[in-house]
Write a protein that binds this ligand. Structure first.
Ligand code: BMA
Length: 385
């Protein structure tokens, strides 16, 4: 018998059987991947991976870039955080950036002193929070910024390239920082290192128009193995992330391999032609669905590695747009971008509310939902044990 799609009886039975197995085994997917990509990872790093994996489908950690550093109208005030000012809790996850560490500078590209970043990381870890680092590294070929997207830089830093030893020296600087992150008992603090982010876009020197997929994969492998084997760093989980994308094939085009990567994510902003809620929700949901499937087939942890709606002009955005879109997906964390505040140009940049901002009470409402975790929620998870 054919159904309305033209399937015959036997085909239907096979389909039902397949469906049955999927329902039976999907909740057991945790059994397939409790270990991170580095077989020599420290106990705390292995625990972080296993526990994040265990959150799939259950909880979502709320994260914020530079959260304890500054917010709208303040900078470096001990104990302060815009998220804490609004909700009473720090976020569950903290993002920081290493840009300019490669040059031996004491401040990063957004003027955050690396010594402060270190102590914020230690505090976050003691609170049971999760730490992720991005790296807007300068263009090694031209000496310009990360956004200097002239082609050739990736080729130049691969082994045999004219800038390979310069790049290795840059990795030494990163390694020194990462190796110096220690908890109270001398243990290394685990960090999610998010390298070469938004690599399917064209705006960074490591972007898709600046190198071939093969060169990009080689750069990933070289970089991770350098940190892992040359520098002996075993407190790292590695996050691979694209910008918005159109298909699973596009997503994995520059994916370097399961032996290197732990977390798969993407970045998305409600901006430009996506300012309309309906258009944004549609695309956001589509990419989350694609990510669910690609991460689950690679047995990796899915995450929303960066997101935001600048100034959040919609007062119910969190409970009407953001949360309803993410809640049925598999991501285990969502990192909102930085609250840079008012800039010299007169423009403002912030992606989580501060007290008095249009969406502050809606954000507080969302923070009380059981699924989304902040400081108190992550504490109960003992994520490093
Ligand atoms: C961008 C903006 C910039 C910042 C950069 C790196 O999205 O926030 O102001 O310098 O990220 O953090």
């Amino acid at each position: 018998m054919k159904n309305s799609f033209g399937d015959n009886d036997c085909f239907m039975k096979m389909k039902n059987l397949l469906h049955f197995f999927l329902i039976l085994f999907f909740p057991l997917r945790g059994l397939f991947a409790q270990s991170c990509s580095d077989p020599q990872a420290t106990a705390e790093t292995k625990a972080l991976y296993k526990n994040l994996y265990g959150l799939i489908g259950k909880n979502i950690l709320f994260g914020h870039q530079d959260d304890p550093c500054y917010g709208v109208g303040w900078k470096y005030m001990p104990g302060r955080s815009d998220i804490r000012d609004v909700t009473g809790e720090y976020p569950a996850m903290y993002g920081f950036d290493l840009g300019r560490i490669e040059l031996g500078r004491t401040f990063n590209l957004d003027s955050v002193p690396f010594e402060k970043t270190k102590s914020f990381i230690r505090d976050a870890y003691e609170r049971g929070g999760v730490i992720t680092l991005s790296w807007h590294l300068n263009n090694p070929l031209t000496g310009g910024t990360a956004w200097d997207n002239k082609p050739g830089a990736v080729t130049s830093i691969l082994p045999g390239g004219s800038k390979n030893s310069l790049y290795a020296g840059w990795l030494d600087q990163v390694a020194e920082f990462l190796g110096s992150l220690k908890g109270k008992n001398g243990e290394s603090i685990p960090v999610i290192l998010r390298l070469f982010h938004e690599l399917n876009g064209g705006w960074f020197w490591w972007g898709k128009d600046q190198c071939s997929p093969d060169e990009m994969k080689k750069l990933w492998r070289y970089t991770i193995l350098y940190l892992r084997t040359e520098k002996n760093l075993h407190n790292l989980l590695y996050a691979f992330n694209t910008d918005k994308f159109n298909s699973g094939t596009e997503y994995v085009e520059r994916y370097p391999g399961d032996d290197l990567i732990d977390i798969m994510g993407f970045d998305i902003y409600q901006a430009n032609n996506l300012r309309d809620n309906t258009a944004f929700i549609h695309l956001f949901n589509k990419d989350l669905t694609l990510l669910d499937s690609v991460a689950s087939s690679q047995h990796k942890i899915p995450a929303l590695t960066e997101f935001g709606y600048n100034e959040i002009p919609d007062s119910t955005w969190w409970t009407k747009v953001f949360f309803p879109t993410i809640e049925s997906h598999q991501i285990v964390y969502a990192l909102a971008w930085r609250n840079a505040g008012k800039k010299q140009s007169g423009n403002a940049e912030y992606y989580v509310p501060y007290p008095g901002a249009a969406s502050a009470s809606d954000f507080k409402k969302m923070s009380a939902y059981g699924k989304i975790l902040f400081e108190n929620g992550i504490k109960t998870k003992n994520i490093y044990k």
